[in-house]
Design a binder for this molecule. Sequence first.
Ligand SMILES: Nc1ncnc2c1ncn2[C@@H]1O[C@H](COP(=O)(O)OP(=O)(O)O)[C@@H](O)[C@H]1O
Ligand SMILES: [Mg+2]
Length: 259
Amino acid sequence: MSVLSCVNVSKVFRDNGFEVLRNVSVEIGKGEAVGIVGESGSGKSTFGNIIGGLDKPTGGTVLYHGDDISALKGERLRSFRRSVQYIFQDPKGAMNPYFTLRHVLMEPLQINFPKAGKGELEERITQMVSMVNLPQAILDAHPWEVSGGEAQRIAIARAILLEPEVIIADECVSALDLSIQAEVMNLLRRIRKETCASFLFISHDLGLVRYFCDRVYIMRYGRIVECLDCSRMEEEAQSEYTKMLLEDAYGEYEGNGHR
Ligand SMILES: Nc1ncnc2c1ncn2[C@@H]1O[C@H](COP(=O)(O)OP(=O)(O)O)[C@@H](O)[C@H]1O
Ligand SMILES: [Mg+2]
């Protein structure tokens, strides 16, 4: 059974009546890295917010281990929230500027483990900071005192802190310089190996998705065009739109797997 899935999800924004998503069905298996790729404005972020419970669909259902998330309550709801973590494009925007980075990491631990001793939680933070290849001294800095790449590593540390089942990364390297982008992608690959988390990797960049994911859903105008195995994209691509994306990303596409 999928960890997280959605069935025929639609979203119509009430204020303008715009249908951003139509009949989107996506499955994320245990340990799987699933990509969503599409142009800007195609509905990727809206979808990412709905599948992780940050926003509500106007049609269809989101299932967490087979249970409709709109019906989750109490401990089941808390467990869902703990199990699904986000990494966004702008890490600093999601951090309190008055907090030190230690405080940024401490807060979710204290909320989720109210009975744990301070030493125990500090040890967990130390462990996370070395896992994302940052020096321990960075914990005394505030978000605005570190670089974008460093802040994104802290955001990654915060996402894995509570041992989530699914990490939703929405354009998480799009704001970084190319060299930093490559470092962060390598880090995410290592985290994939070292944890058993599943990933929903949302990006407009097919090359990044292919580098990181097992499967990719191609999204266009709020619909899923098709779903492909990342190691067989050229062979499996059916739609002209996907073929065009492949051509843009990798140059001459012959449609038969030979490039
Ligand atoms: N709260 C909202 N109300 C109305 N329209 C919205 C809202 N949020 C997003 N949209 C519109 O939905 C479309 C998809 O947005 P988004 O999900 O952010 O796409 P992507 O992440 O693929 O760039 C865009 O046209 C955007 O303007
Ligand atoms: Mg987006």
